[in-house]
Design a protein around this ligand. Structure first.
Ligand code: HBI
Ligand code: NLE
Ligand code: FE
Length: 436
């Protein structure tokens, strides 16, 4: 007698006396109940946990998995979109079927979780864990709370009420932005334009000697297009249109310092998330946080360079579906290349990192004899702790963009992701190529 899938499901649920079982769990339960040997078969599984509280529950999850002799193969967390849930955690485990069933029950008993779900281990059609289309970046706007004018007493805006109000207003504009909206134009104040002008003029002075040739070439084009002028801050719309013509990169307004996962994901779509507020007038030559002066004078010129744009996108593509520890490594590589990279040019040392080119203070420090210089090598660079409040004590030197890209590609291919991704520029979609 042929049974329908539905009736098989119902039977299994009845046997398990548990009507909350998902289809995947029923399959698991049936497989495990075949024989005592079948119970002991090692099974790979992906669990999605909705964590009501902070990251503290993560330790509990790992401990519980350990209690059931499970092995964690991948762990991924991100702030949840669900109200009442702080984080979603995706945990991939391998363990015996019987222990897996018990683990799920044990986790379900904890009030820390608003949901504990077993997913099929085929990540490509079951886990919406990363943006697949440029419009999904509307969900990639989670901020890190670090060095904010509201919270950090060392921030020059901490005691400046007017500055804080202005920041809030500009951040609200970025939060409201959705894919396809026209770019919000900001009418910059005289003070803001004056801060830009001070930085702009020092960059003009130092660039001929210290910036890499690709930066100088693109900078010249931005001046020729009258996007880069001393007396006013460029608008995102003009900059985005310029980039699109050169490398297909476009911009999106960002409210502040984004989580590394969200920030890197956008690069996969050749989208650069750009802040629109301006650093405080009292600290024009160095600030630890990104602001539009950093984005514009630091990042934009090289995003107009084809080879560099490709490198940036590849870091982004490597981040999609990566584990938390891999994200940490990728953002460290990003830090020591895109932000603080030095390179060689005819035996001379030049800056290509955006945070050097937007901070005259740090640029001169990087090229002085004070810091330690090391050759860029992704496997060691990716685990080097870095300094995000003061000048760096260590910089990494690339032979060239092409060489950095080659080394990066070889290193990425050793990462553990069980699938490949490819960006389709016609649909703005990331396609997944299963390697299993
Ligand atoms: N967010 N808005 C913004 N701009 C950045 O440059 C930036 C970020 N978040 C993280 C980040 N940079 C890097 O430090 C890496 O962690 C990717
Ligand atoms: N320190 C940089 C600057 O002052 O322009 C900004 C760094 C952003 C990561
Ligand atoms: Fe930056």
């Amino acid at each position: 007698v042929k049974q329908t899938k539905q009736s098989v499901l119902e039977e299994a649920r009845a046997r398990a006396n548990d009507y909350t079982l998902t289809e995947e769990e029923v399959i698991l339960q049936n497989a495990a109940s075949e024989s005592p040997e079948a119970e002991q078969v090692i099974q790979k599984a992906a669990l999605l946990l909705r964590m009501r509280d902070g990251m503290g529950s993560l330790a509990r999850i790992l401990k519980t998995i350990d209690n059931y002799k499970g092995c964690v193969e991948h762990l991924e967390t991100r702030p949840s979109q669900i109200s009442g849930v702080q984080f979603d955690a995706l945990v991939k485990v391998s363990m015996t079927r019987i222990n897996l069933l018990q683990l799920i029950r044990a986790l379900r008993q904890s009030t820390s979780f608003a949901g504990v779900n077993l997913l099929s281990d085929n990540i490509s059609n079951k886990t919406p864990w990363f943006p697949r289309h440029a419009s999904d970046l509307d969900n990639c706007n989670h901020l890190m709370t670090k060095y904010e004018p509201e919270l950090d007493m060392n921030h020059p805006g901490f005691a400046d009420k007017e500055y804080r109000e202005r920041r809030k207003q500009i951040a609200a504009v970025a939060f409201a932005y959705k894919y396809g909206d026209p770019f919000p134009a900001i009418t910059y104040t005289e003070t803001e334009n004056a801060t830009w002008q001070r930085v702009f003029n020092t960059v003009l002075d130092l660039m001929p000697k210290h910036a890499c040739r690709e930066y100088k070439a693109a900078f010249g084009k931005l001046q020729a297009a009258e996007i880069f002028v001393p007396h006013r801050i460029p608008q995102l719309e003009d900059v985005s249109n310029f980039l699109r013509k050169h490398t297909g990169f476009t911009l999106r307004p960002a409210a502040g310092l984004l989580t590394a996962r969200d920030f890197l994901a956008s690069l996969a779509f050749r989208v650069f998330q750009s802040t629109q507020y301006v650093r405080h007038a009292n600290s024009p030559f160095h600030t630890p946080e990104p602001d539009c002066i950093h984005e514009l004078l630091g990042h934009i010129p090289l995003l107009a360079d084809p080879s560099f744009a490709q490198f940036s996108q590849e870091i982004g593509l490597a981040s999609l579906g990566a584990s938390d520890s891999e994200i940490e490594k990728l953002s460290t590589v990003y830090w020591f290349t895109v932000e603080f990279g030095l390179c060689k040019e005819n035996q001379q040392l030049k800056a290509y990192g955006a945070a050097l080119l937007s901070s005259i203070g740090e640029l001169l420090h990087a090229l002085s004899d004070k810091p330690e210089l090391r050759p860029f090598e992704p496997s060691s660079t990716s685990i080097q702790p870095y300094q995000d409040q003061e000048y760096q004590p260590i910089y990494y030197v690339a032979e060239s963009f092409e060489d950095a890209k080659d080394k990066f590609r070889r290193w990425v291919s050793t990462m553990s992701r069980p699938f490949e991704v490819r960006f389709n520029p016609h649909t703005e979609r990331v396609e997944i190529l299963d390697s299993v």
